[in-house]
Design a protein around this ligand. Structure first.
Ligand code: VAH
Length: 313
């Protein structure tokens, strides 16, 4: 029985669908802070209420928890305490409950945001220097070490991935620095123009959501003895800058234009690597991305156009 905390977010929405398809709807309990939702087995659950989470685990016979609730990098800079509390306290609760009730497995997403200006810029390795300069990055780095601590000291089988910027068409992202790469597709179709909050040559590690979901399921299915990293795995999909994604869009929408006016998020983006090395994930559990900028762009534009048509009819 799987509990998903933060099931209505950008990752949670698609992970709920994938886990239900794989393990059966009856075994998946999506939860989020919203009081109601039409999904089967939906549970209103605040990620900060330890006792409530524990009660749900006992009532439903939960054996795995996917904890996706978090405040992302840009929003985190606007409310330090809220970001730290949500990102770390929720993980502490889930790890303690996993220990106390001997849950089978825990999944928790980290991010390439744990790296900082002193990390290698290109092909940033698994154990590269990581001195994050955002509240989000600091909270994810602290979380990684708590995951390792609970594995080493209590045998909690918690597994984690350092996601790049994630791009999806199903659920809008919220408050990330990489979210320009989602919005640009919607604006290209709606307006034929996009105002970008990063420099046009600001290259960042990115991943299409179908790859991120498959990586999560493959990591969680891997035999325990294959997992050699108990902080969080680097994983890579692709790296690109706003000018690259604009060019890829122009292959489909020739007249598309973009203007760049960097804001505070430029400094955040500049503190992160442009690309990461994910050799360890490939070696331990066979990670291999399937999407690149071209096939992701074709897929994103097709889905968004279909969604627009559905609204227009
Ligand atoms: C953010 N989408 O922008 C997240 C991600 C690597 C970036 O962690 O904050």
């Amino acid at each position: 029985k799987i509990l998903i905390i933060g099931a209505l977010g950008q990752i949670g929405t698609e992970l709920t669908t994938a886990l239900s398809a794989k393990y059966g709807e009856a075994n998946v309990f999506p939860s989020d802070i919203a009081r109601e939702n039409e999904q089967p087995n939906y549970i209103a659950l605040n990620a900060l209420q330890h006792d409530r989470i524990e009660q749900v685990v006992l009532d439903k016979g939960i054996t795995q928890i996917y904890l996706l609730a978090a405040m992302l990098s840009a929003n985190g800079e606007k409310d330090i305490n809220a970001a730290w509390t949500l990102n770390v306290q929720s993980l502490m609760s889930v790890l303690q409950i996993a220990r106390d009730h001997k849950l089978d497995k825990i999944f928790w997403p980290s991010s390439i945001a744990i790296f900082g200006p002193t990390s290698a810029k290109h092909n940033c390795r698994q154990h590269a220097r990581a001195e994050p300069i955002t509240v989000y990055g600091i909270s994810k780095k602290a979380g990684e070490h708590f995951c390792n601590y609970y594995f080493e000291n209590f045998g909690v089988d918690v597994r984690s991935l350092r996601f790049p910027g994630l791009i999806s068409h199903t659920a809008p992202p919220g408050g990330g620095t990489t979210d320009y790469a989602v919005d640009i597709y919607h604006k290209a179709i709606r307006d034929g123009h996009f105002n970008c909050f990063l420099e046009e040559d600001c290259c960042l590690p990115m991943m299409y959501m179908p790859d991120a979901i498959r990586a999560t399921l493959e990591l969680m299915e891997a035999p325990k003895e294959k997992i050699s990293i108990r902080t969080s795995y680097n994983i890579a999909g692709m790296s690109f800058a706003p000018c690259d994604i604009a060019a890829a869009i122009r292959d489909h929408i020739p007249g598309f234009t973009m203007q760049c006016a960097p804001d505070f998020r430029q400094a955040i983006a500049e503190s992160w690597p442009a690309s990461v090395d994910d050799t360890q994930a490939g070696a331990d559990w066979g990670w291999e991305p399937a999407f690149n900028l071209e096939n992701m762009t074709a897929d994103m534009l097709q889905h968004i156009k279909e969604a627009h048509k559905a609204i227009l009819v």
